[in-house]
Write a protein that binds this ligand. Structure first.
Ligand code: IMP
Length: 226
């Protein structure tokens, strides 16, 4: 393996220029450009080695992982882990463990966002105990200002300020993961009151009930009609 250089793509600013509930923070073209660059860098690091195991941390990293692995023009192996959100006690728990045995293999943790650092710290410790040949972490977003535990992070695509973000895999109460850009939420308390607040801004449409429409129906003759 090659050496690891610094890996951040620079700080992205977060100013609210309009009255909309969320503001565009990183648009899809910029995501694609930076992830392409990061994928090429990682591919060079592992080109002369056995295929690395990329570990996607569910569910937020799915879009990032999909684009990152396509930008790595080498063989890779993909696996997933799911970690419960830590409670006030700071306890983190594995909800879905790896299928792969990572002993003596090169492991890359692929995170959506490193915020307090608790999740990544737990993952690093847990995976290190399994004696991989090497272990590194890559994140799409790095909120350095929020860190409460210092944790090694070899690469981040974007450093962002202390704002709550959704889109490109990141959610609020399960919504907005499929938004193609990353948005900063203006008022998180307002979003907590109304988790669907951003739907109109992102997807334009009013809800079916608000438009007086029936629930979706399978096409006639498909055999699926109730
Ligand atoms: P940690 O605080 O570094 O342990 O991050 C825990 C998790 O919090 C991340 O993996 C995300 O799922 C979630 N998270 C932190 N900040 C944000 C955000 O701005 N938007 C959406 N999820 C976030």
């Amino acid at each position: 393996m090659g050496t690891v250089d610094s890996g951040s793509g620079g700080v992205i600013g977060g100013r609210f220029a309009s009255e909309l509930p969320a503001e565009l923070l990183i648009e899809r073209g910029e995501l694609a450009r930076r992830i392409g660059e990061l994928g090429a860098t990682l591919a060079e690091l592992y080109r002369a080695d056995e295929p690395p195991v990329l570990i996607g941390v569910l569910k937020g990293s799915t879009l990032f992982l999909a684009d990152l692995m396509r930008a790595m023009h080498i063989h890779v192996v993909v696996d997933f882990m799911s970690i419960s959100s830590y409670s006030h006690s700071g306890v983190v728990r594995i909800v879905k463990d790896l299928d792969e045995d990572v002993r003596d293999r090169h492991v890359v943790i692929v995170e959506d966002i490193v915020d307090t650092g608790l999740t990544l710290n737990y993952l690093r410790k847990t995976l290190q105990q399994r004696q991989p040949a090497s272990l590194m972490a890559v994140t799409l977003l790095d909120k350095t200002a929020r860190r409460i535990i210092p944790v090694a992070l070899e690469y981040s695509a974007f450093e962002i300020p202390d704002v709550f973000v959704v889109g490109y895999g990141l959610d609020f109460q399960g919504f907005y993961r499929n938004a193609p850009d990353i948005l900063a939420v203006r008022d998180v308390a307002r979003l907590a009151n109304d988790p669907r607040l951003l739907i109109a801004q992102l997807f334009g449409a009013k809800r079916r009930e608000e438009r007086g429409l029936q629930p979706p129906q399978p096409p006639l003759g498909s055999g699926l009609e109730g």
